[in-house]
Design a protein around this ligand. Structure first.
Ligand SMILES: *[C@@H]1O[C@H](CO)[C@@H](O)[C@H](O)[C@H]1NC(C)=O
Ligand SMILES: *[C@@H]1O[C@H](CO)[C@@H](O)[C@H](O)[C@H]1NC(C)=O
Ligand SMILES: *[C@@H]1O[C@H](CO)[C@@H](O)[C@H](O)[C@H]1NC(C)=O
Ligand SMILES: *[C@@H]1O[C@H](CO)[C@@H](O)[C@H](O)[C@H]1NC(C)=O
Ligand SMILES: *[C@@H]1O[C@H](CO)[C@@H](O)[C@H](O)[C@H]1NC(C)=O
Ligand SMILES: *[C@@H]1O[C@H](CO)[C@@H](O)[C@H](O)[C@H]1NC(C)=O
Ligand SMILES: *[C@@H]1O[C@H](CO)[C@@H](O)[C@H](O)[C@H]1NC(C)=O
Ligand SMILES: *[C@@H]1O[C@H](CO)[C@@H](O)[C@H](O)[C@H]1NC(C)=O
Length: 505
């Protein structure tokens, strides 16, 4: 049922050979489908999840003699000179001249190409042409000659070859031609007077973490400067994706997205960006943005996107009396692995402390606007580490996010959710459970490394992490220990409200 793939990635830069790392993807639980794709000479069995609850974890693994932070070592490079990991800092190709293709391949996370001029798509050959009449190249060229050819896969996981193997590749071709000729050989079916951004919704799309991390946030980063005057051209287009994220996409573009593979008409543009820029895990680096937007600005996009739907929902409901004085706490719950087995007691305790408690069971059919509504109106969100933690993006800055961190998931919990949540301005608490709070406590000897040294188990390889810590671990919170975090959070929320009230006076 469950599959995984692991690969090693060696990053070489400036003569520095970073240690190879294992990059691991996981899908967990039921509902994950295996997609088999064949490519010439190679068969890639790529598994990805089709449900929200699936999680991707990237875990470092020992390969050289360094510790389990090999991967963070790689990350520490992002502040470096050409910032290859965070996307280039002063983006190359930011001013591409007419009639040229400029590709920025300096980032290890994604490639991106810019084109300007007479741009025409040809989806049946997976290519985009740029016709140029200027004599950019040598004189002996005649009309129809190729000036430049670039290949690009417009997805932000360039550093994971096995993922990229599933992504459709586009060929960008600059050709010399004269205008009278072009209309004969490659006639435009649809003219667009705004630029295009090409990207793929393939890969790990289907997992909410990736949908935001590798989809919506990079799309925001790349297209924001056009202020909605942009057409999205989607490779590996999925109707469900457009349905699910339509509210958000329409806040980023005033135009209907184009299904590149499914629409064989020739679309013509005068400017195009192929591929998306990405900065970091669920993050936006304001210094790399033309107008210094932050992840909070992205949050505002979500707020605007969901407002109309939420207003409809409110109108459909009978008027209820709520107790506005009580802070609201939402528990994002899971069934099966990484469930909180004493969640009911947790909820009761939280109520006693003074919270209104709501329990959410997000699954793939849950409408995002509804999740947004719950979280936007709450003060505290609690959940066990997993892809659903991506929903911290729906919390208002200044609220509290408590992530319960099962044994063996400390690094991933911090890297993928804890750190990014702090960047959004949330008050983040990573509650690392003790061995006694893990269901594994009853399965292993007290001095077993599974309980005493999870890092050493993770270092053995991904299969171990997955089998032991992700697929089979449940959490029984020590409520005495957990309580103080709830009490403090309650105090914090109340203090914040008082402050706001005093300010308002
Ligand atoms: C943002 O990008 C700049 C320029 O590349 C870099 O110096 C800085 O460290 C980055 N900030 C973060 C928080 O990654
Ligand atoms: C578009 O691609 C198809 C299929 O490869 C090819 O037959 C056709 O000539 C191409 N059109 C142009 C204008 O290149
Ligand atoms: C293109 O070629 C023509 C004739 O050789 C020349 O007059 C013109 O300056 C060239 N244009 C550019 C942009 O190089
Ligand atoms: C443009 O192409 C047409 C058709 O191939 C040809 O007749 C014409 O001479 C070309 N014009 C120039 C300026 O190259
Ligand atoms: C484009 O697609 C339509 C519908 O699938 C098909 O009828 C038509 O022949 C295709 N045209 C080309 C040029 O491939
Ligand atoms: C989210 O909460 C804020 C603050 O209460 C409110 O102003 C905003 O309208 C809410 N957003 C939506 C989409 O309901
Ligand atoms: C999990 O279990 C609860 C309680 O039995 C149920 O209401 C909920 O629908 C289940 N959620 C999922 C995602 O299976
Ligand atoms: C729960 O935590 C408290 C405080 O940290 C500790 O004193 C107690 O022994 C723990 N209870 C269990 C059952 O482990």
């Amino acid at each position: 049922m469950v599959d995984h793939h692991v690969h090693r990635h060696t990053h070489m830069k400036k003569g520095v050979n970073l240690p190879p790392i294992h990059i691991i993807h996981v899908d967990e639980e039921h509902g994950c489908v295996s997609i088999k794709r064949s490519r010439p000479k190679l068969l890639f069995f790529i598994t990805f999840c089709s449900v929200l609850s699936c999680v991707l974890l990237l875990l470092p693994s020992l390969f050289s003699s360094s510790t389990s932070s090999t991967f963070s070592l790689l990350y520490s490079y992002e502040g470096d000179d050409d910032g290859t990991l965070s996307g280039s800092k002063a983006p190359l190709c930011s001013s591409v001249s007419d009639g040229t293709i400029c590709c920025d391949r300096t980032s290890v996370r994604s490639d991106i190409c810019m084109m300007k001029g007479d741009i025409r798509t040809n989806s049946s050959s997976f290519s985009v042409f740029l016709y140029t009449s200027s004599n950019v190249s040598s004189d002996h060229m005649t009309a129809g000659d190729e000036l430049q050819r670039e290949k690009i896969k417009p997805y932000t996981r360039k550093w994971e070859p096995s993922t990229m193997a599933t992504i459709d590749e586009l060929t960008l071709i600059a050709k010399k031609s004269n205008s009278s000729n072009v209309e004969n050989v490659h006639k435009c079916d649809v003219y667009h007077d705004v630029p295009a951004v090409f990207f793929s919704t393939g890969g790990f799309t289907g997992n909410v973490y990736h949908e935001f991390n590798d989809g919506l946030i990079p799309l925001y980063i790349t297209s924001k400067k056009f202020n909605k005057k942009v057409v999205f051209v989607i490779l590996e287009y999925h109707d469900w994706w457009v349905m699910k994220y339509g509210d958000v996409v329409s806040r980023l573009s005033d135009y209907e997205p184009i299904d590149f593979n499914g629409d064989n008409r020739t679309h013509c543009f005068s400017e195009a960006i192929v591929g998306l820029r990405i900065h970091d895990e669920l993050a936006i680096n304001a210094t790399l943005m033309e107008n210094h937007e932050t992840i909070e600005d992205f949050h505002d996009v979500l707020d605007k996107a969901y407002t109309p739907r939420i207003q409809d929902l409110v109108q459909e409901e009978p008027i209820t009396i709520v107790e506005p004085e009580k802070p609201k706490l939402v528990i994002i719950s899971r069934n099966g692995s990484r469930a909180i087995t004493n969640q009911n007691l947790l909820a009761k305790m939280a109520e006693k402390i003074g919270f209104n408690v709501e329990i959410l069971w997000p699954d793939k059919t849950t409408e995002l606007a509804k999740i947004y509504r719950s979280l936007n109106s709450s003060d505290v969100m609690i959940g066990v580490h997993g892809a659903a933690m991506t929903h911290f993006l729906f919390m208002r800055p200044g609220s509290v996010f408590i992530q319960v961190v099962p044994l063996g998931t400390t690094w991933a919990a911090e890297t993928y959710y804890g750190g990014p949540a702090k960047k959004l301005g949330l008050r983040y608490i990573g509650y690392e459970i003790l061995p006694q709070e893990s269901s594994l406590y009853n399965e292993y000897e007290r001095n077993d490394v599974v309980l005493t040294n999870p890092d050493s188990v993770n270092d053995r390889g991904w299969e171990f992490t997955k089998k032991i810590y992700l697929d089979r671990q449940k959490v029984k919170l020590n409520l005495t220990r957990f309580r103080k975090h709830l009490v403090r959070s309650h105090l914090y929320i109340m203090a914040k409200r008082n402050q706001a009230r005093n300010h308002a006076r």
